[in-house]
Design a protein around this ligand. Structure first.
Ligand code: KIV
Ligand code: ZN
Length: 517
């Protein structure tokens, strides 16, 4: 393996969180950050401290807890932003301030309503201010791929002189192509006289589906930091999918000649966690982490794989932590078997957590003959939801009558946190509608259901159903998730999860993380 490293910079919690429809609580961001730490990313962009009090708190919490990875806050070229970024990360073991400003004419003139000289001054002053707090400063010329090359070289030279230790060439609007981008990275090395004093980073968006290819082209041309998000989350069509970049580097050492510090066996789990927490599903044919990524449908392929795996598999699914499904648990399995299987999947539980999970596992095993790895991952996600969201109301009982000649009718019993239990019933246009109306009669909080989705965790008639919903109240969105072998029960659990977030203080989100200058 090559000694030369490419640093992996994860921005799932900042650019990823800018995806329309995603908004994470501090607790959820911390949980993703802990998993990114296990994955071994070098740098975590934990947020944009000046954008909202919630973002500030998330960056600060992550900076205080995680000791190994470098923790970054984004900042515009504003004094207040740079100061807030430092305030949020100053307790980190390894802090970095990331300053950015538009560098293309189209953005400088129309968005900033400024001029290139003024922008150059602001960039230098902001990097100097960041440097006065923190040795480690990253500077991003936003829209660098549509920036006049000579202006870009001059800007990079100036910010490196001002103290920037990383310069991040951003393809903000996903405009460039692999050969063109690689050439731009090569020319930067040729034309910026002090470039050896900074690491070249790249940050590619996916508007033309080119973000991973562009990032990889840049690595071949000499970039030594690459930015992206898990599952390719991010603004509009997203950022480069980190898991794809990492596995390309792993799989083709002959082409890249570099390595990363990533524990690839944590990739699948990280992808699942991010999808679960954000409520953004992973498309089945997505490279590396999609449900079909290692599934062979053709008989010819299956036959060849059985003879020799590498005939049709360029990566070992186990190397990305894909659950093997070889060992299936059932209702006769004991606590030790469950613990050992969970450990193999990367979950190390304390004794009381194992007890609680074992109870849930037994309930599931009673309904399903075989409990697969995918079921266990889903079970662990449900456990986390229960712990993370305050139980202002708990679902005790749900029962539904429906059919093609019946008016769907639901009865629910909820227990509130003071122990009072209430039963009510309602009719609806369908069984889920009836359940939600019955719950509404008890909880009595106006809200609008804006999204409802059911996914099957595994195949088969007894598959666990994972329900994800979004509800809105007063311009705030609340995500709810629930799993069960019965999708009506899973729907009820998802609604309770969303309502408890709504009722618990500060668990919703509005989209206030716009980083425009
Ligand atoms: O896409 C972009 O240009 C950004 C910058 C803030 C780096 O996200
Ligand atoms: Zn971006």
């Amino acid at each position: 393996m090559s000694e030369e490293k490419v640093l992996i910079f994860d921005t799932t919690l900042r650019d990823g969180e800018q995806s329309a429809g995603i908004g994470l609580t501090v607790q959820e961001k911390l949980e993703i950050a802990r998993q990114l730490d296990r994955l071994g990313v070098d740098i975590i962009e934990a947020g944009f401290a000046a954008s909202s009090p919630g973002d500030f708190e998330a960056v600060q919490t992550i900076a205080r807890e995680l000791r190994r990875p470098m923790i970054v806050s984004l900042a515009r070229c504003h004094v207040g932003d740079v100061d807030a970024a430092w305030e949020a990360i100053k307790d980190a073991e390894n802090p970095r301030i990331h300053v950015f400003i538009s560098s293309s004419d189209v953005q400088i003139l129309n968005q900033l309503r400024s001029d290139p000289e003024r922008v150059m001054d602001l960039a230098v002053q902001s990097v100097e201010r960041a440097k006065s707090y923190c040795d480690n400063v990253e500077f991003s010329p936003m829209d660098a791929t549509r920036t006049d090359p000579d202006y870009l070289y001059a800007m990079l030279e100036a910010v490196i002189n001002a103290g920037a230790t990383t310069v991040n060439i951003a393809d903000t609007v996903g405009y460039t192509f692999p050969t063109e981008f690689a050439e731009r990275i090569r020319l930067i090395q040729e034309n910026v006289p002090n470039i050896d004093k900074a690491v070249i980073s790249v940050h590619c968006h996916n508007d033309l589906g080119m973000s991973v290819a562009n990032s990889l082209g840049a690595i071949i041309a000499g970039a030594r930091q690459v930015e992206g998000c898990i599952n390719g989350l991010g603004e509009r069509a997203g950022n480069a999918a980190l898991e794809e970049i990492i596995m390309a580097i792993e799989t083709r050492p002959d082409l890249f000649g570099v390595s990363t510090n990533i524990d690839t066996r944590q990739i699948y789990r990280t992808s699942r966690l991010v999808s679960d927490i954000t409520g953004f599903p992973v498309q089945p044919n997505k490279a590396i982490v999609g449900a079909n990524a290692f599934r062979h449908a053709s008989g010819i392929h299956q036959d060849a794989i059985l003879k020799e795996r590498t005939t049709f598999e360029i990566m070992d699914p186990q190397a990305v932590g894909w659950p093997s499904n070889e060992m299936v648990l059932g209702k006769l399995s004991g606590r030790a078997g469950l613990r050992s299987r969970l450990e193999e999947l990367g979950y190390n539980l304390k004794a009381e957590e194992l007890n609680e999970t074992f109870e849930q596992f037994k309930l599931l095993a009673d309904k399903k003959r075989e409990v697969s790895d995918a079921d266990l991952v889903s079970l662990m996600s449900s456990q986390r939801r229960v712990v993370d969201v305050p139980a202002i109301f708990t679902l005790e009982h749900v029962q539904v009558a429906s059919g093609n000649h019946e008016v769907p009718t639901a009865t629910v019993k909820l227990v509130s946190s003071d122990g009072t239990s209430t039963t009510d019933a309602a009719t609806g246009t369908g069984p889920v509608d009836a359940v939600y109306k019955a719950i509404n009669r008890i909880v009595q909080v106006d809200n609008k259901l804006t999204e409802y989705r059911v996914d099957a965790v595994t195949e088969g008639i007894d598959a666990l159903g994972d329900v994800t919903i979004r509800i809105e109240k007063d311009d705030q969105t609340y995500i709810g998730r629930g799993s069960d072998t019965d999708i009506i029960v899973a729907s009820a659990k998802a609604y309770m999860n969303a309502l408890n977030r709504l009722l618990g203080d500060g668990n919703g989100y509005t989209h206030n993380t716009d980083p425009s200058p």
